[in-house]
Design a protein around this ligand. Structure first.
Ligand SMILES: Nc1ncnc2c1ncn2[C@@H]1O[C@H](COP(=O)(O)OP(=O)(O)OP(=O)(O)O)[C@@H](O)[C@H]1O
Length: 312
């Protein structure tokens, strides 16, 4: 768990992070969004003390970060930035091994960890371990960057626009991969982005910042239905609001009994996916199946509308 208490950063007379407090539960993903210059990166960099706070404090698992020596702190907190910051003259394996080496892990343990992470990120160790960063695609470099940040099993992972350099298709896959890996490892994550779609896709909670201030810190559903200020509503995008709401609910949560004809939809798909499919196929309803392909019921346009209105 991470607790940010009244964190403030001033440069001369300018306050770039202004009295920000929020808490991220163990194993949750908090996404910080806001316009350019809102103070998102500065906030993130105060968490691992790359930037020294002017006031306030950060607790990681109850411990004040000021009480932890800086290098020890950075070993406990993974950090991923746009462009991944891989060491160009080190192989993929050496890059991933950076922190375990600094921590003095035994060679065998490091090798096993590197292999485990390469597997986890679907990079065949035989093919990738000895490659250099310039021999990898952007998406592969991104995965190595995250693998390196996770190598020493950090309590917390900080990510600053980690998908910013990826094209939309790869970006969406990288987000899904991160979610799958994060759900498995249960690492607490604080991620900065200016992309609202990314925020709604990844965030258990979303922190909205504007000119250094935290305007709202809430779940995606609350942010949509109860925006604290006009600026939050505007940032969320009123035209996108219904679709974002539908994307927060799984088909399984709105399932109807009965049959329908046509291409089945998975229980785990979102209502947004279902609506899109229904409109595309020009149907009133479609069958729903579970992951094994067994029939589970149906989903209809009428049901999606009913559900859309009844959301929290
Ligand atoms: N070392 C510094 N000295 C003076 N001002 C700084 C310094 N670092 C950042 N700032 C200012 O602080 C403000 C917040 O910067 P920050 O990078 O945290 O914003 P951001 O929300 O991450 O923006 P972006 O999305 O554009 O990266 C900006 O106005 C920036 O110019």
């Amino acid at each position: 768990m991470i607790e940010i208490e009244r964190l403030t950063k001033r440069y001369g007379a300018t306050t770039v992070v202004d009295d920000v407090s929020f808490r991220v539960e163990e194993g949750a993903i908090a996404v910080v969004v806001g316009t350019s210059g809102a103070g998102k990166s500065t906030l993130l960099r105060m968490i691992n003390r790359l930037v020294a706070p002017s006031a306030g404090r950060v607790l990681v698992d109850g411990e004040d970060t000021m009480a932890i020596p800086e290098d020890a702190l950075r070993h406990r907190i993974g950090y991923v930035i746009q462009g991944y910051g891989l060491f160009p003259h080190r192989t993929v394996a050496e890059n991933i091994a950076t922190v375990p080496r600094l921590l003095g892990w035994e060679k065998r343990r490091i090798a096993a960890r590197v292999e485990e992470l390469l597997d986890l990120f679907q990079l065949d160790p035989g093919e990738f371990a000895q490659k250099f960063p310039h021999q990898l695609s952007g998406g592969q470099q991104q995965r190595v960057g995250v693998a390196r940040a996770l190598a020493a099993k950090p309590a917390l992972l900080l990510m600053d626009e980690p998908f910013g350099a990826l094209d939309p298709v790869i970006r969406s896959r990288a987000q899904d991969d991160l979610l799958a890996i994060q759900r498995r490892l249960r690492t607490t994550v604080v991620l900065v982005t200016h992309d609202m779609n990314e925020a709604f896709h990844l965030g258990d909670r979303i922190a909205v910042m504007d000119r250094g201030r935290l305007l709202q810190y809430a779940s995606p559903g609350e942010l949509l239905l109860r925006p604290a200020e006009a600026f939050v509503e505007q940032l969320v995008g009123t035209a996108e609001r219904p679709f974002r709401l539908l994307s927060l609910t799984k088909v399984g949560e709105a399932l109807e009994p009965g049959h329908a004809e046509g291409e089945p939809i998975l229980l785990s798909a979102t209502l947004r996916d279902a609506l899109s499919q229904l409109v595309w196929l020009g149907r009133e309803a479609l069958p729903v199946v579970d992951a094994a392909g067994a029939p589970a019921g149906r989903i209809s346009i009428a049901q999606i509308l009913r559900h859309g209105r009844a959301l929290p």
